[in-house]
Design a binder for this molecule. Structure first.
Ligand code: ATP
Length: 575
């Protein structure tokens, strides 16, 4: 928690103002009972009306000043804590932006969302409360004790008896509640994950008739969270009546013993009234502290989860001295590359060596799970390899900056991702400096122009969240157009033509050939018809290189390739 508090630094002035204003507010509330006892003991007893009016007016003034201090303290505390939350959210977001896919896999997307929203909100609320109570609680407690002793030292012995009882009661209750908070946040994570899967997978759930099962899954997670919350709040609920009971019993004891002292002439009525108020103030400040003790562990649990994200060092970082690439543009070489996913028993790719020359079109084919996507994810350095090296334009990808490396690449992922912006903005995402003409050209080459033209607002049509208002094939074509405006040296298409019909696929490849002439093209595909014309085809089998060559060469030399071809093409087509 303390580590996160440094993000309050820009709000130093607001924090100082809160502390000063709260100090003044606390002083005013300590002063009021003293004034009231004077009104009773001097004004009321002696029937001195001008004195009552004078001190009464002064009390009103002190109350107004205290009230104004409280209002402004609340305002500045909210400003500081909201600003703190905003800084923390953007820190987490910026940090997460640098994560490699490995860190995303490790924490999980849902948990990252909860940590950025819910956890930061918890810490923000705690900061707001702490700013206001940090000064008020101790000052009121200590000031209250001093004033109570000053008012009647003997009667103050009651405080000595009551305080440990109150302390012990609070400790007993909170001790049980605190450990449940971390569990509660973990359950919020789980509920969020189930909710996310349900909302994103709604079509699958409906088509397989799994709605009742999903409802059950959601209910289970929801009930689980509710159970823990109820347990926590039951404990919290016990706290208040218990404290009120102790406070009321104390007031009773004060009235009893105070009454005896008044009877003996050792105390005045006004002093007894003031004394009761001081004891109330002391006890309420203990309540404040206990509320803080209740909220701190909760905020602390969230702070730990936020800190965990912030202190995670991305597995991949830029080299201290970056090497620039030479003259060649789009040359890629794998030298004995082995790569395993974290925790996997077998490497996903083993001892791969091949050379893709600049300007060539290379296709990668292989069965599902053979490692095609993994291979192309290594070129933009989404993951670091276990051994061997990957050279782009003669330089190891680990020796150049990620920005320099990725600027060379136009990447079209297997699952096209669009943002909820206009079509033009989505295409321009690949190159923000591209002109309208370039955006239109890219759409034409990607065979997207026709369907965009039929849309009501053309290139200004807005894509719905998750690309819900375009088809799978249309999404793929927009993702391809986005890569094309990049004017990259290397284009990587990860099974990006799978949702296109044969005619569109063929037209797209023909247009692409002209458009990207001179650039290196790497395309992963399942269809033999898509890869047949490539300058070179890499065949993967269970993470290993099964063959490399042209279609003709592989038909003669590679049994894995032959099997794939025979399973897809008729004999005439093969011939
Ligand atoms: N993020 C990941 N964490 C752990 N293992 C993974 C991850 N991604 C892929 N794998 C594993 O690595 C292997 C290769 O997967 P990859 O996605 O590269 O195959 P692919 O040939 O592209 O398959 P497909 O054609 O079905 O897309 C598979 O066994 C897969 O289970």
């Amino acid at each position: 928690m303390l580590k996160l508090l440094r993000y309050l630094k820009p709000y130093r002035t607001a924090v100082t103002l809160v502390l000063v204003l709260i100090f003044l507010q606390s002083l005013s509330s300590l002063y009021l009972p003293y004034l009231m006892s004077n009104i009773v003991d001097v004004g009321v007893v002696k029937g001195d009306i001008p004195y009552i009016i004078k001190i009464g007016g002064f009390m009103l003034l002190v109350t107004i000043i205290g009230g104004i201090c409280a209002i402004f303290a609340g305002l500045f505390a909210s400003k500081a804590s909201a600003g703190f939350g905003q800084i923390l959210r953007s820190k987490v977001f910026t940090h997460v932006e640098n994560f490699t896919l490995h860190e995303f896999d490790q924490i999980g997307t849902s948990s990252l969302i909860v940590r950025t929203n819910n956890d930061i909100m918890q810490v923000q609320q705690l900061v707001n409360m702490m700013l206001r109570m940090m000064v008020m609680a101790p000052l009121t407690a200590i000031g209250g004790i001093i004033m109570a002793v000053y008012t009647d030292a003997k009667l103050s012995l009651i405080i000595v008896v009551v305080m440990p009882v109150l302390g012990l009661a609070i400790y007993a209750v909170l001790g049980r509640g605190i450990s449940l908070f971390r569990v509660m946040q973990e359950k919020v994570d789980i509920l969020n994950r189930v909710l996310r899967e349900n909302l994103t997978g709604i079509r699958v759930i409906r088509s397989f008739g799994r709605t009742p099962y999903e409802l059950h899954r959601f209910d289970a997670a929801n009930l689980d969270l509710t159970d823990t919350s109820v347990r926590v709040y039951k404990i919290m609920a016990a706290l208040m009546p218990m404290m009120m009971l102790i406070i009321n019993l104390s007031t009773l004891a004060i009235l009893w013993f105070g009454g005896i002292r008044i009877n003996d002439g050792a105390m005045q009525v006004g002093n007894l009234m003031a004394f009761i108020q001081y004891v109330m103030q002391i006890m309420f400040s203990v309540m404040m502290v206990s509320m803080m003790a209740f909220m701190i562990p909760r905020g602390q649990a969230s702070a730990v989860r936020i800190h965990e994200v912030l202190q995670m060092v991305p597995e991949i970082s830029d080299p201290i001295s970056e090497k620039m690439t030479g003259e060649t543009r789009g040359d890629i070489e794998f030298r004995d590359v082995t790569f395993s996913y974290p925790g996997a028993q077998e490497p996903a790719l083993a001892h791969l060596s091949f050379h893709i020359h600049a300007g060539e079109t290379t296709a990668i084919i292989g069965g599902t799970g053979s490692g095609k996507s993994t291979l192309i994810h290594l070129i933009p350095r989404f993951y670091d390899i276990d051994s061997g090296s990957i050279l782009v334009d003669g330089v190891d990808v680990r020796e150049m900056s990620q920005a320099h490396l990725r600027a060379k690449i136009g990447f079209v992922p297997q699952k096209a991702v669009l943002f909820s912006e206009t079509i033009a903005q989505n295409i321009r995402y690949g190159n923000e400096n591209s002109t309208d003409e370039e955006v239109r050209k890219a759409a034409e080459v990607a065979q997207a122009y026709e369907f965009i033209a039929t849309m009501k607002n053309g290139f200004d049509s807005v894509i719905a969240q998750g690309g819900a208002n375009v088809s799978g094939g249309q999404k793929q074509r927009l993702a391809i157009a986005r890569a094309l405006v990049r004017k990259a040296e290397v284009y990587i298409f990860d099974d990006s033509f799978s949702a296109l019909d044969f005619k569109t696929d063929a037209n797209l490849r023909a247009a692409l050939k002209k458009e990207v002439a001179g650039a290196t093209v790497i395309l992963v595909a399942q269809r033999v018809s898509t890869v047949m014309d490539a300058d070179r085809i890499i065949v993967l089998d269970d993470g290993k290189l099964a063959g490399i060559g042209t279609h003709k060469e592989l038909m003669n030399s590679c049994s894995v390739y032959r099997e794939i071809v025979e399973s897809q093409l008729s004999e005439e087509e093969i011939a």
